[in-house]
Design a protein. Structure first.
Ligand code: PLP
Length: 378
């Protein structure tokens, strides 16, 4: 028996996604820019996927731009906004717990002379909306706050913060990286008051290499690439129709099952917490009101990688911290108040609807075995 519990790193593409991608490759392989019928058919399939995604976000179809994934969407949002408004407005406000691709884009702008203010979580592990909003001034071009943290599942106060900012500075561009919240934590872009919002396909049972950037009507974008009219000239290059229609099919399926999946994963997460708390040396790092899909735990005395490989040998797959950091610590856990000693011993367990009670029981049983054999053998 095996258990894949690394769904925040990536998910298995669903059957509807694979079917849609297959059809696009076998039958609907025209170039959407071609003027003949094959091109039109591909264009229509892409339009349907765009509409699907827009519906799931509470947006209009022409507010959705397809990209190669969240890394590109986040870079386009941050570098693009700075390119458009950064000559006069040099301040960017973000948090200390963003994903590496948001952090990296902000760091790159800082190296170019932008002033980047990074707000840290308070002692309770929460970002304070008022503190964040207070860092915004008339010199600010952009704010970027993630919706759900990928390492711990903390839900950040995006709606409250953006609404405070918009009241004082309606022209500041508000961006959120919603990758771990999309189709997991209910939201509508309009409620969040986001101008730009990032999502990724492979976190919601579509394929890797496809993502999107929501851009509110009227909000300007600056392309990262040049030389074509695709995606309104904002993202030139022939669109990957198979990836896009697969994304649309996955979104449709996940949107219809969101409530059931949330309930199922909440039950699995609660059971997991209950079972792990029975084991000596285990502490829970995720907040109780966090995303139902992510659970961060520390196994005192065991290094994350040792535990990860112990579990892997038993066909149980989890992450040590964030998947993108390839075992290198991002420092985000410490920002949420996890001491260094425990951050070194933290693993991330992340669920999807296909996980079962048996998966959780197997995981808890094997973590107990690891604690007993690896620690007591010393
Ligand atoms: N943002 C968050 C919060 C993520 O969890 C990830 C992936 O781990 C990314 C961005 C990057 O996504 P992609 O793999 O689509 O570039």
């Amino acid at each position: 028996m095996s258990a894949y519990l690394d769904n925040a790193a990536t998910t298995k593409p669903c059957e509807n996604c694979i079917d849609a991608m297959n059809r696009a490759m076998m039958e609907n392989y025209g170039n959407p820019s071609s003027l003949h019928g094959m091109g039109l058919k591909a264009q229509l399939a892409m339009d349907a996927a765009r509409k699907e995604l827009a519906g799931a976000l509470g947006a209009q179809a022409d507010e959705i731009l397809f990209t190669s994934g969240a890394t590109e969407s986040n870079n386009m949002a941050i570098l693009g906004t700075a390119a458009l408004y950064g000559k006069r407005k040099r301040r960017i406000v973000t948090t200390t717990v963003e994903h590496a691709c948001v952090k990296g884009a902000c760091d790159a702008l800082e190296a170019q002379g932008y002033e980047v203010i990074r707000i840290a979580p308070n002692a309770d592990g929460n970002i304070d909306s008022a503190e964040f909003a207070a860092a915004v001034d008339e010199n600010t071009c952009l704010v970027s706050m993630m919706l759900v943290n990928n390492e711990t599942g903390h839900i950040l106060p995006v709606k409250e913060t953006f609404s405070m900012i918009k009241k004082r500075f309606p022209l500041v561009i508000c961006h959120t990286d919603a990758v771990q919240g999309f189709l997991k934590v209910p939201f509508r872009v309009t409620d969040l008051q986001a101008d730009l919002l990032t999502v990724s396909g492979h976190k919601v049972h579509a394929a890797k290499g496809i993502g999107a950037l929501y851009h509110k009507k009227g909000v300007r974008l600056s392309p990262l690439l040049h030389g074509g009219e695709q995606e309104g000239g904002n993202r030139p290059g022939t669109e990957s129709v198979p990836l896009i229609v697969g994304f649309g099919a996955a979104v449709k399926e996940m949107r219809n099952s969101m409530d059931i999946r949330r309930k199922h994963c909440t039950e699995l997460r609660n059971l997991c917490i209950e079972k792990l708390q029975e084991i000596d040396g285990i502490s829970i790092q995720s907040p109780s009101n966090g995303s139902p899909f992510i659970l961060s735990i520390s196994a005192e005395g065991l290094r994350s990688e040792t535990l990860l490989h112990f579990l892997e040998e038993r066909e149980i797959y989890v992450s040590s911290g964030s998947a993108c950091s390839k075992g290198k610590q991002s420092g985000v856990l410490q920002q949420f108040g996890v001491p260094d000693r425990l951050a070194d011993s933290t693993i991330r367990i992340s669920f999807c609807a296909e996980n079962t009670v048996e998966d959780v029981l197997l995981l808890a049983e094997q973590i107990a075995v690891a604690q007993h054999t690896l620690i007591h053998k010393r």
